[in-house]
Ligand binder design. Structure first.
Ligand code: NAD
Length: 382
């Protein structure tokens, strides 16, 4: 038994050394970009696979209309990124081919269609590669139900917690198994700052810090304390502590849920509660998602490439509103808040209040292109 313990202790030493090195890398990390002060912003566009190029084509029309002035003046450049297709990735045996990654890194932000991950084999998902290579530490997911006054945004830490060593736990066979949860000081401060910056820039008055700090005293205790440290730099915004169990109940309690605005959570709680929240909004087909780092940010629909829709000839009936919601987030991120607000209002009219053109995902509903026409007409009236 002593030998087994020694082996595990040695393994733990390796993990600890690696995590300290990662912490130091985060500390050396890039300064967040100040988009409002930038003379030129490059938006990369990658259609991806399956329904991706179709919903991207229509979202692109909306983007071109919203940014017509900035594109004409040269302040915004839209750059097509080739090579993020499953055919190319398989041919090169690379989840994100090196030249494609370099092209993505030459942009400030990326609007990405869904990418297929082959079942089996050894190829990593393009998203996992991009999150790591671009250090996209904040997973941001908005959820809105306007008729109920729900307007939530979730800031989920995307690179540590239970996930960073999720496949590297230790085991003494027949006796026990242990996984690790990691909360680093710079890793927590950067996600906290992202959430409070969002709150400040978007007129939000409170941030709910959601942990289980009463039980996970070291990791969640540290997460909560560090978030409060960051909150001290944002005096107009209230930082509230909540436990994940009661917050999960709050989200299905109509008497209380609309009072919440911004949620700030460690990785695992964020992963679970954002699915609950998306379901309250109407399902995954309605939601956009952002993966944000200091140097780069990537915006996409939360769904996949829907290969069966393509096989059945239904690609043109795919719903582009998920990617248009992602575009709304991209515009907010690059400090074009007025344009983001305009798109938000148009999508709320088209998807919630008026619904003159409804996409169902099959021939019973409108096409992707007809829905985009409807959004463009609605934008003109705003
Ligand atoms: P999926 O999200 O592609 O499809 C799930 C269901 O939702 C299907 O019935 C599909 O027809 C429907 N659907 C999805 N988007 C729709 C839209 N815009 N309009 C109408 N209906 C829509 O999930 P899946 O089938 O499990 O995954 C397919 C592929 O996508 C896999 O290779 C998976 O790895 C990949 N994927 C990629 C991402 C990403 O790039 N971010 C995310 C999830 C899955």
């Amino acid at each position: 038994m002593n030998e087994a313990i020694d082996r595990v202790v040695e393994q733990f030493r390796t993990l600890l050394t690696e995590q300290i090195a990662r912490t130091e890398k985060i500390e050396r990390g890039a300064q967040a970009k100040n988009f409002a002060a930038m003379d030129k912003i490059v938006i990369g566009v990658a259609g991806g696979d399956g329904i991706g190029p179709i919903i991207m084509r229509e979202t692109r029309r909306v983007m071109d209309a919203l940014l017509a002035d900035e594109i004409a003046s040269g302040r915004v450049e839209i750059r097509d990124i080739d090579g993020l297709t499953i055919e190319n990735r398989l041919a090169l045996h690379q989840s994100v081919p090196a030249d494609t990654l370099a092209a993505i890194k030459s942009c400030d932000v990326l609007l990405k269609g869904p990418t297929t991950t082959p079942k089996g084999g050894t190829m990593e998902s393009a998203n996992v590669t991009l999150r790591r290579e671009l250090d996209l530490y904040a997973n941001v997911r908005p959820v809105a139900v306007p008729e109920e006054g729900i307007d939530w945004i979730f800031y989920r830490e995307n690179t540590e917690g239970e996930y960073v060593l999720g496949s590297r736990g230790v085991e003494i066979p027949g006796k026990l198994a242990m996984d690790f949860k990691v909360t680093t000081v710079p890793g927590t401060k950067r996600i906290a700052r992202a959430a409070f910056e969002y709150a400040k820039n978007n007129g939000k008055k409170s941030v709910a810090i959601v942990t289980k700090a009463n039980i996970m005293k070291k990791t969640d205790g540290s997460f909560s304390a560090l978030c409060h440290e960051v909150a001290a730099d944002y005096p107009g915004i209230e930082a509230e502590d909540w436990y994940i169990d009661i917050m999960t109940a709050n989200l299905v309690n109509p008497a209380i849920r609309s009072r919440f605005q911004v949620f700030l959570l460690p990785n695992l709680y964020g992963d679970i509660i954002t699915d609950e929240a998306a379901q309250i909004q109407g399902g995954v087909g309605t939601a956009g998602s952002a993966n944000i780092g200091d140097e780069y940010a990537m915006f996409e629909a939360i769904h996949g490439s829907a290969p069966r829709m393509i096989e059945e000839g239904l690609g043109e009936y795919a719903n582009p509103s998920s990617l248009m919601r992602a575009l709304e987030m991209l515009l907010r991120h690059i400090a074009l808040t007025d344009r983001a607000e305009k798109l938000s209002r148009a999508l709320n009219i088209c998807c919630e209040s008026e619904k003159k053109v409804v996409v169902t995902g099959d021939r019973s509903g409108a096409t992707c292109a007809a829905f985009a026409d409807y959004v463009l007409d609605t934008l003109k009236k705003l």
